[in-house]
Design a protein around this ligand. Structure first.
Ligand SMILES: [Zn+2]
Ligand SMILES: [Zn+2]
Length: 321
């Protein structure tokens, strides 16, 4: 829609406004107009790219483009006779575009799961402030049999890579779907839709264990945020299961290594679930600017590329990840 409007305005300038202007102004006039038009158009790409660092980069680029055109245009003004009519028309166009671009920006809503831009009629608002597109809404995981199926898939994949648990397939570990407020309450933190999972582990030392110094028996409870689609659910679950593994092995890593290792579990889950959304979820994780979850994952992933899964688990066990 925005592109159509942009083309229409260009056409309008070319056919209607330009013939009104004296021929001597025709060099700087399109340049100045283009400079004005480029600002809101480039601002639109800024909305599409949602990550912090990319946003900064785009902003820098659009500022450069805008100022180059503006400077070239202004440098040429003195060489030609300035038409007041042309100047008023340019300013008017510029204001129109700012108003239009902001109006379009406000009405744009992204799907919280797949990040696609949604048409107004296909938006589904969740009570916690998230929005789901119609495709994602139809794929939301909520039923116990769906959860069990994903749990089996994720655990089997992790076992294949050498991840071992006290109880082979974590049969007794409950996976509970909770809303954002309950998750925040369990974490003892303010509600946040970016936190999609939580693992609580309790260790019970038996009398025999105390006497012989063996490892304590662990019991875990995994909580997952509601309204996640299959691949998102699997990635979150794999992340939490890697916390289970670290807890059972009493591994104490610094936050980036700890969360990075858990995200390597998510990376495996994303690659296991073949979905049209797999590339999107992989990209988001690989480019996450967060110093703990993003940098941590890139660090652990580089180790994985050198030594494989077994090697990474070994490094974590020895505290050298
Ligand atoms: Zn979606
Ligand atoms: Zn975590």
């Amino acid at each position: 829609m925005y592109e159509v409007l942009f083309c229409f305005c260009i056409l309008l300038h070319w056919r209607v406004f330009l013939p009104l202007v004296e021929s001597s102004c025709q060099i700087w006039f399109p340049m100045l107009t283009f400079a004005f038009l480029s600002l809101p158009l480039l601002r639109k790409t800024d909305v599409k790219i949602r990550k912090q660092n990319e946003k900064r980069e785009t902003k820098r680029k659009q500022e450069t483009v805008f100022y180059v055109f503006l400077r070239v245009s202004l440098a040429n003004i003195g060489k030609f006779k300035l038409s007041l009519k042309a100047l008023i028309l340019s300013v008017f166009t510029f204001i129109c575009f700012l108003v239009f671009s902001n109006a379009f920006r406000r009405t744009k809503i992204f799907c919280s799961s797949c990040s696609s831009i949604m048409a107004k009629e296909s938006q589904y608002a969740l009570p916690d402030g998230r929005y789901l597109c119609s495709v994602c809404r139809a794929q939301v995981i909520s039923q116990p049999d769906q959860i069990l199926k994903i749990k089996k898939l994720v655990i089997n994949r992790l076992i294949d890579e050498g991840v071992r648990f006290q109880e082979k397939r974590l049969e007794s570990v409950p996976i509970e779907i909770v809303n954002v407020n309950r998750l925040a309450q369990l974490r003892n933190q303010p509600p946040s839709i970016t936190q999609k999972g939580l693992t609580l582990t309790r260790s019970e030392m038996t009398l025999g264990g105390k006497l012989f110094g063996s490892t304590p028996k662990m019991s875990h409870h995994i909580y997952i945020l509601d309204n996640l689609i299959k691949i998102e659910f699997a990635g979150t679950l794999a992340h939490e299961i890697m916390h289970v593994w670290q807890n059972e092995n009493q591994i104490k890593l610094a936050a980036p290594q700890c969360e990075g290792l858990c995200n390597l579990g998510s990376w495996l889950a994303y690659n296991t679930i073949k979905s049209s959304k797999t590339p999107y979820f992989l990209k988001v994780m690989q480019e996450n600017p967060d110093p703990v979850y993003g940098d941590g994952f890139r660090h652990v992933y580089s180790k994985y590329q050198q030594v494989g899964w077994e090697g990474v688990l070994q490094l974590a066990r020895s505290g050298q990840l």
